[in-house]
Unconditional design. Structure first.
Length: 458
């Protein structure tokens, strides 16, 4: 039962609030002045305060400030018959969460009280969940101090316990293979094989035989039979990296394996059944590939059962210091000798960079700095980052703002058009020369959902 403290010098109003809030299911304490109110705050567990702004002795604003010093998260509703803009602003600056004018209906006060208690409960739940995430999802090879990476790990943990196909998205260098390994290790298939294949590292004419294997004599040079990656991953996990680059012919055969869990080797007639969990990854937006006709729609939906999107490093820079120390520790283990530390100035330089190559680029820069430093600390002069030139070879101005990728620049442009149109998607689409559906897709991609982005004009 939530406990409410009422501080009001008028006995009639104080008694009415006690009776009404008590009937509504709240436990109440009351005080006729600020000093008694503060004494109750120190002695009792109070969930919300209702106070008048005009009190004898210590004023309402002074009481409000003192109450917030005792408990900064305590919701405080102020009431006054002297309702001016100035007093409202002063109350809010002092920490009030809501403001109500006398005379008021008791039903109105109950609504305000319930709303503030609900907000406090949600904030407390959010804080508890964040603390639980920070302590639960901790892995030796994955740095995830940031809330964004903690959310990725929480989703990976949940999906690991299932047999669902997973599609991991994200820019190159964000660590998609680490998340794939994590899902495998946390699954019931952890004792089985984890087989990885990168479709871009294998010539197109050989990819099919690598995936499905081949029989002796299937083609020139096939002197013996060879099992493919699907067979090797039986009872385990197959991680297919850069799946967006698989040729259309192979896409058809891959779809069949996902649907029926069977295939034939190249040049063979025997049907081979497998029990394989597929995890796919791509640095491309497969929805764009669908629009372009380079990726099969039916295969996309078979793969996209559980999507996990990894944020680029520039969106969780709070992880950079821990990543740097992890890389320094790894270098020390590999070289079997002490590695230098890093100065605060050098670390700040790394945090401020936008990292187009993401975590992989950061690791390379740290290793380069270790190789170049002559002291016990890496200093800013030891860090050599390959910065993109601000002008192209012809001497003309760069097409993109300094430190921005094309995707970032497009996202910013979409947000600006949406802001100028006051949330009206039709108007924003006209500004950008896009169809309304195309704009909706881009808004969803940057986190503005269709439901939350509806405006009164639509």
């Amino acid at each position: 039962m939530p406990t409410i403290l009422i501080v009001e010098d008028e006995a009639r109003i104080r008694r009415l609030l006690e009776l009404d809030l008590g009937e509504a299911g709240f436990h109440t304490f009351s005080a006729a002045d600020a000093e008694k109110g503060l004494d109750l705050l120190r002695r009792e567990q109070i969930d919300l305060v209702i106070t008048d702004l005009k009190l004898p002795g210590m004023g309402g604003l002074e009481f409000l400030q003192a109450a917030k010093r005792l408990n900064g998260a305590l919701p405080v509703v102020v009431m006054t018959a002297y309702g001016t803009v100035e007093t409202a602003v002063d109350a809010m600056k002092a920490g009030a969460t809501d403001y109500i004018l006398k005379p008021f209906a008791l039903a109105e006060m109950r609504l305000v009280v319930q709303k503030e208690l609900d907000v406090r409960r949600l904030r407390e739940e959010n804080r508890t969940l964040r603390e639980a995430l920070a302590t639960r999802y901790d892995y030796p090879n994955i740095v995830a101090r940031s809330s964004k990476m903690q959310e990725v790990l929480a989703l990976a943990e949940r999906v690991a316990a299932t047999v669902s196909t997973v599609l991991i998205g994200g820019e190159s260098g964000v660590g998609k293979d680490l998340i794939a390994h994590l899902i495998h290790q946390r699954s019931s298939r952890a004792s089985g094989p984890f087989v990885k294949i990168n479709s871009t590292a294998i010539p197109e004419n050989l990819l099919e035989s690598e995936l499905f294997g081949y029989e002796k004599g299937a083609f020139t040079g096939a002197a013996t039979s060879k099992p493919g990656k699907f067979e090797l991953a039986d009872k385990g996990t197959l991680f297919l990296d850069e799946i967006g680059d698989i040729p259309p012919v192979t896409q058809v055969k891959l779809l069949r394996v996902l649907q029926e869990r069977e295939f034939e080797r190249l040049g063979g007639t025997r049907t081979i059944k497998v029990d394989v969990r597929l995890i796919a990854a791509t640095n491309r937006d497969l929805r764009v590939a669908l629009e372009e006709g380079t990726f099969r729609e039916d295969l996309y939906y078979r793969l996209n059962v559980v999507p996990i999107d990894l944020p680029p490093l520039r969106e969780h820079k709070e992880d950079i210091p821990d990543l740097v120390h992890l890389f320094l520790s790894r270098l020390g283990q590999r070289s079997q000798k002490a590695q230098p530390g890093i100065s605060p100035e050098a670390l700040q330089l790394l945090v401020e960079f936008h990292w187009p190559g993401n975590v992989r680029e950061l690791e390379n820069i740290v290793e380069r700095a270790c190789a170049l430093t002559t002291g016990t600390l890496i200093e800013p002069s030891d860090i050599h980052i390959d910065r993109l030139p601000s002008r192209d070879p012809s001497g003309q101005a760069a097409l993109l703002p300094e430190g921005k990728t094309l995707d970032q620049w497009e996202d910013d442009l979409i947000r600006e058009a949406y802001r100028r149109a006051n949330g009206n998607k039709s108007e924003a689409a006209r500004m950008l020369g896009l169809s309304r559906n195309a704009l909706r897709y881009r808004l969803e991609k940057i986190g503005i959902s269709d439901d939350s982005s509806k405006s009164p004009q639509e």
